[in-house]
Design a protein around this ligand. Structure first.
Ligand SMILES: Cc1cc2nc3c(=O)[nH]c(=O)nc-3n(C[C@H](O)[C@H](O)[C@H](O)COP(=O)(O)OP(=O)(O)OC[C@H]3O[C@@H](n4cnc5c(N)ncnc54)[C@H](O)[C@@H]3O)c2cc1C
Length: 343
């Protein structure tokens, strides 16, 4: 059985690793690169936690985190740092079910906190009296770039062929035409090309791309670990030596990956929101680094294996929707298992 995987980002790399681990009867080939652009996995913020407002998404995130924490090899591959996490909910979300789901997978990790503790322990300002936050002990961040690199290296050492080439088109068969004009045929083909996926396969127009942007600011935020604040849209994590990664949601949809450029207005808005919400001012308003990248969005949000209608043997594994790092360990396991069931 020949399985082709287009894309060596987090999605393609971990799917190839899972397939190799699950079966040595498969001939797996990863075709990646050739675009000359850094991918999402190379610059991702890497925040991981088990809580999500949607309990189904939370179950996948919590399963991922539980496996990551329990597996020394995955911890090493990913450079996981457990620094805890705070998630401040918007006022229309009841966290009870999601916290229960998380507690089943990571017992004792989550705790609900109210407005007083959000102010006292985290220094948040402008907090609603009925505000709720979810604090997780077992959460933090990892390096998506390192994780996919290690998974690809391991896969290559165990018989997966990693071919550095661009795919120009996906053909029926299934097959691909590479950018040097060669044709490669498979029994099953999985397109895991992130924000480039909609160019290679149509999903009835449901897959979209969106810009994601953050900056690394010299800003004093002691005591704050990884955090997401759904009231303001601010998120971040410690970056290193007095610096903090801070981002806000970006509204640039349907971007072409190679055309993404930083939005300067957003760079400034992040500092305004950080000042109002966290009461801190950056030592230098110019960030040390600005990252403007992109991801492929669902619906539904989240990485999953989807058959492409009208193209037998062709699937996509994408749709990370700005959050695939926290679900990749469990999502790649499910995708490999679903794929093996189709063979
Ligand atoms: C700035 C930023 C911050 C983020 N922060 C977080 C976070 O804190 N927590 C979290 O959970 N998620 C986060 N995410 C989301 C997460 O990083 C992404 O969902 C994930 O990395 C997507 O991985 P991917 O493999 O689907 O896509 P990518 O990493 O973009 O990989 C796609 C791959 O396909 C290859 N490719 C494309 N076209 C072709 C072709 N035609 N032929 C061959 N190869 C091709 C590319 O070269 C690339 O290697 C963030 C994303 C961004 C951009």
């Amino acid at each position: 059985m020949r399985v082709g995987v287009v894309g060596g980002g987090l999605a393609g790399a971990l799917l190839a690793w899972r397939l190799r681990e699950a079966s040595d009867r498969l001939r797996v080939e990863v075709l990646t690169g050739g675009r000359g652009t850094a991918d999402a996995s190379a610059v991702s913020g890497g925040l991981v936690r088990g809580f999500e407002p949607d309990p189904d998404a939370g179950a996948v995130a919590a399963e991922s985190l539980a496996e990551l924490r329990a597996d020394a090899r995955l911890r090493d591959w990913s450079g996981y740092r457990e620094i805890g996490s705070l998630y401040v909910l918007s006022d229309d979300v009841d966290p009870a079910r999601s916290v229960q789901v998380l507690g089943e997978r990571l017992p004792g990790s989550a705790e609900l906190v109210g407005a007083a503790r959000l102010r006292r322990d985290y220094g948040l300002r402008g907090v609603r009296e009925d505000a709720v936050g979810v604090v997780e002990r077992h959460a933090g961040y990892l390096s998506p770039d390192r994780l996919r690199g290690k998974a690809l290296d391991w896969s290559a050492d165990h018989g997966v062929e990693v071919v550095r080439t661009g795919v120009a088109s996906v053909r029926d068969g299934p097959a691909v035409r590479t950018s040097d004009g060669a044709e490669r045929c498979y029994d099953v083909l999985v397109v895991a090309a992130g924000a480039w996926t909609p160019r290679l396969v149509e999903h009835g127009g449901t897959l979209r791309t969106k810009q994601i942007q953050y900056g690394v600011y010299r800003i004093p935020l002691p005591g704050l670990g990884s955090f997401v604040d759904d009231d303001t849209g601010l998120y971040g994590r410690p970056w290193g030596a007095g610096t903090f990664l801070l981002g806000l949601g970006c509204d640039r949809w349907d971007v072409a990956p190679e055309a993404v450029r930083p939005d300067p207005a957003l760079v400034g808005r992040v500092l305004d929101v950080a000042r109002d919400r966290l009461g801190v001012t950056a030592r230098d308003p110019v960030p040390e680094r600005v990252v403007a990248s992109f991801d492929c969005y669902g619906p539904p949000a989240g990485l999953r294996l989807r058959p492409v209608r009208g193209r037998p043997g062709v699937f996509t594994f994408t749709g990370g929707s700005g959050g695939a790092v926290k679900t990749i360990v469990a999502a790649s396991r499910s995708a490999a298992s679903d794929l093996l069931n189709t063979l």
